[in-house]
Design a binder for this molecule. Structure first.
Ligand SMILES: [Zn+2]
Length: 361
């Protein structure tokens, strides 16, 4: 079986990471004047990666191996998604709507044929009042309001006089304490295992901005899960779904970055191994539906290197494929499990380009 994961299973370790926020967590890109607004509803893989690798760099003899992660990554960090009632949230796709009048959520799941239209009314008959909630957090078939924010005023401190600096008053919005997040980390080179063997599981991590002022303190729980079991279980779930379906729908679990000959592009052409012979489904002239708005990513440059500025498509975007034949379903399922676990290069090690099979119902 030509499968990257199965062929190298002895070298793989899979970890489920859980984080509980203890002090307000500031996740923001650039400030707007004196305001730092947390405007994302998950912890990017790059944020957790940076924090964990820094911690290991500072608290172990593995600093050389940590540095080499910058040049040849072996650890793959998926985004950490909020937890609601013990369930991991996902991002809504653009075909999930909310009625502006009655507030009803509409999971629009039309049969996948050659052409389908968009919905025009909610189940209570309100016409033209549906608004896509693509990008919002969902659990099962509910849109959930799981992230609470706190607002903080903070003064700048002069490092010499150690007193407040005139004119430096900042406002932050931050994710409130007790918010929980979960995600997966796949280690292909044993770095995390070696850390754990020597130093045990780290139980605390500092994330986001303002760490020196006490923000972003989080409880950390890392549990190893059997990667073989995980692959087999997920494979049989996908298999039993796809054997009854002529279509495959993939949903972005993370921001997605696409490249063409000129560099980064927000216009996706999703080339997935094993899917070459399954044609993209012509859905309203496109084989994809993107969550509106772009996700801007900065700041994974090492030390003094200029930081890359990448525009990515937001999580929750969906891609349609028509399965031409079920003859090679086993191979397709293997590729899909690999896609879910490893993401697509480039930048899958920093939490970009993860997709998962969406059950269309
Ligand atoms: Zn309505």
């Amino acid at each position: 079986m030509m499968n990257l994961l199965r062929n190298n299973i002895d070298d793989l370790s899979l970890y489920r990471v859980e984080i509980r926020v203890r002090t307000p967590l500031i996740l923001s890109g650039e400030p707007l004047g004196r305001i730092w607004a947390t405007n994302i509803n998950f912890i990017p893989g790059s944020t957790f990666r940076g924090a964990l690798l820094s911690y290991m760099y500072n608290h172990s003899h593995l600093s050389n191996r940590v540095v080499s992660e910058a040049f040849s990554p072996t650890v793959y960090f998926q985004p950490l998604l909020p937890v609601y009632m013990d369930k991991e949230c996902r991002h809504a796709d653009p075909l999930i709507y909310k009625c502006k009048i009655c507030g009803e959520t509409v999971f629009y799941r039309p049969p996948l044929d050659d052409y389908i239209s968009f919905p025009s009314e909610c189940n209570n008959g309100h016409y033209g009042t549906l608004k896509s909630v693509g990008g919002a957090l969902i659990v099962d078939k509910d849109v959930v309001n799981v992230i609470r924010y706190v607002y903080i005023e903070s003064v700048g401190i002069n490092k010499v006089t150690e007193t407040s600096e005139k004119g430096m008053l900042y406002s932050y919005s931050a994710i409130a304490p007790n918010t929980r997040f979960k995600g997966l980390v796949l280690d292909r080179g044993g770095l995390i295992q070696e850390y754990i063997d020597n130093y045990g599981y780290p139980s605390t991590i500092y994330l986001g901005r303002g760490i020196s002022r006490g923000f972003g303190w989080c409880e950390l729980n890392i549990n190893q899960i059997d990667v073989g079991d995980y692959i087999n279980n997920r494979g049989s779930q996908i298999h039993s779904y796809l054997e009854k379906s002529n279509y495959l729908v993939l949903r972005g679990k993370s921001p997605l970055v696409f490249m063409d000959s000129k560099g980064f592009t927000p216009k996706p052409k999703l080339v997935v191994k094993g899917l070459e012979e399954h044609i993209p489904f012509k859905y309203v002239d496109k084989n994809y539906l993107l969550v509106r708005g772009l996700y801007h990513l900065r700041g994974f440059g090492a030390n003094n290197l200029p930081k890359a500025h990448i525009s990515a498509v937001k999580p929750g975007s969906i891609f349609f494929y028509k399965i031409k034949s079920h003859d090679k379903l086993d191979d397709l399922v293997d590729h899909l499990v690999e896609l879910e676990l490893l993401g697509l290069p480039p930048y899958n090690h920093i939490g970009l380009n993860y997709l998962e099979v969406l059950v269309w119902c």
